[in-house]
Design a protein around this ligand. Structure first.
Ligand SMILES: Cc1cc2nc3c(=O)[nH]c(=O)nc-3n(C[C@H](O)[C@H](O)[C@H](O)COP(=O)(O)OP(=O)(O)OC[C@H]3O[C@@H](n4cnc5c(N)ncnc54)[C@H](O)[C@@H]3O)c2cc1C
Length: 416
């Protein structure tokens, strides 16, 4: 291979599919020798481990733990980081146009740009509702809570719209964070929460919501959102509910950049791939994560980090195989289970028919996610912090016991 003209592999999006594909590929000897060049294009300077975003609300984790910078993650690898917004992708001419009016040419392309919030036609939704997908969303929510708290209001009300995992986890965390000061409402138009998840997960979630006094409004449509009021339709009646914070977590949709691509797509704008994750008609372009769907019927997967993470490993292997003229492998998804945080230090884990909930579930979920964090170095730093915190708690626990025993002894002595 000619080292003056390395093979250009361009990865778009530094999320679960893109970043992990780039990291897997970076271990390949041809990348280390400079024969293959990997460029990762991402608009943000921090990666975000979304499943643990809720822990920043309660302060259980710190920002550096779940949102390390790409600079830190990619140090020591030969991945070139290009912090720009992708404006246009020309599949026929193999070009990616960036927001600085420059363009990149590629030999192989990985599409991992994810999805965006799904907006529907509810008056006031875009103006008054917050969302919860990014660090900026978290900052806006925290600023709003802080503002309400500084007003010294005795009570305020938070309405969360969408009874999927995001809505349930957010409701539990916010209920714990705000305590008696706030009333949390969880609204969904369906007749149950967490559709598609196991019975055990749903049962634990209903229990967690109930014990936190989260008010559940099922079969309820949101009609209008104003600055401090929402109108809901429940049982054929329109009801005005005063609220201070509204959070919209009712689904995602394809980005317009992706929908505008000249390739086969589903009716909802997901890119269709074959089982090897290659775009139909563009075998040198791989599409994975939330933006893609494998065309065969028995290959329909949920839009989760678990799927994106496993696809990243498959895409990296297939890119290496295609360059080296080796056979490509089909993607095989292994569903390891579901994990939901249900409040401070609490979670439900459901795996292979076994459910573990409460604080043990919380601890196991945290450990499982630490081992999924990108790069060994970052994993070890977060793990060390976790172990130190637990060590501190155990020390405090034993100190309290010893203190109370000594206290009893000395008071007995005094009485004698
Ligand atoms: C709060 C929250 C909690 C979640 N919890 C779980 C969970 O517990 N378990 C689970 O399995 N899944 C969970 N998910 C879903 C999971 O995050 C997604 O399925 C996963 O991130 C999809 O990976 P992806 O690579 O397709 O997209 P993403 O991870 O969203 O990555 C897309 C990347 O592309 C970048 N990008 C987008 N457009 C552009 C552009 N034009 N130019 C440059 N860069 C761009 C984005 O900044 C982003 O970094 C959660 C999601 C959220 C929001």
């Amino acid at each position: 291979m000619n080292s003056k003209h390395p093979i250009n592999i361009c990865v778009l999006g530094g999320g679960f599919s893109g970043l992990y594909t780039a990291l897997y590929l970076s271990n390949h000897p041809q990348v280390k020798s400079g024969d293959w060049k990997i460029t990762l294009v991402e608009r943000n300077d921090n990666f975000l481990f979304t499943p643990l975003l809720y822990e920043l609300i309660t302060g259980e984790l710190q920002r550096w733990e779940i949102a390390p910078t790409y600079q830190k993650l990619l140090a020591g690898t030969s991945i070139q980081f290009c912090q720009h917004i992708v404006k246009k992708i020309d599949l026929d001419n193999r070009q990616v146009q960036l927001d600085n009016d420059k363009s990149l040419t590629y030999d192989y392309l990985v599409l991992g740009l994810g999805t965006q919030n799904r907006w529907v036609d509810i008056p006031g939704l875009k103006n008054y509702a917050l969302t919860f997908r990014t660090l900026q969303d978290l900052e806006q929510l925290q600023a709003k809570i802080h503002y309400l708290e500084t007003l010294d209001r005795k009570n305020f009300r938070v309405a969360i719209i969408g009874g999927g995992p995001n809505g349930v986890e957010l409701s539990c965390k916010l209920a714990d964070r705000l305590g008696k000061r706030a009333e949390v409402l969880l609204i969904d138009r369906g007749n149950q929460i967490l559709k598609g998840l196991s019975k055990g997960v749903r049962k634990a979630s209903y229990h967690a919501l109930g014990s936190r006094r989260v008010q559940l409004y099922l079969n309820t449509n949101v009609k209008e959102i104003k600055e401090d009021l929402i109108t809901i339709n429940h049982g054929e009646q329109n009801i005005d509910v005063p609220v201070n914070i509204v959070i919209w977590v009712a689904g995602t949709q394809s980005r317009s950049l992706i929908q505008s691509l000249n390739c086969q797509q589903t009716s909802s704008g997901k890119l269709l791939t074959n089982s090897r994750l290659q775009l139909i008609d563009y075998p040198k372009v791989f599409a994975l994560g939330d933006l893609a769907q494998i065309s065969s019927k028995n290959h329909s997967f949920p839009g989760t980090a678990q799927v994106a993470y496993q696809q990243a490993s498959c895409a990296a292997k297939n890119i290496a195989a295609i360059i080296e003229n080796k056979p490509l492998k089909s993607f095989n998804y292994l569903h390891l289970g579901d994990m939901l945080t249900l409040g401070r230090r609490t979670a439900i884990i459901s795996s292979y028919g076994i459910n573990i909930s409460g604080q043990v579930g919380g601890m196991m979920r945290r450990l499982a996610y630490i081992f999924r964090l990108p790069t060994m170095r970052h994993r070890l730093q977060v793990l060390r912090n976790f172990v130190q915190k637990i060590g501190l708690k155990i020390r405090r626990f034993f100190r309290a016991i010893i203190g109370s025993l000594l206290g009893q002894k000395s008071s007995r002595k005094y009485l004698e």
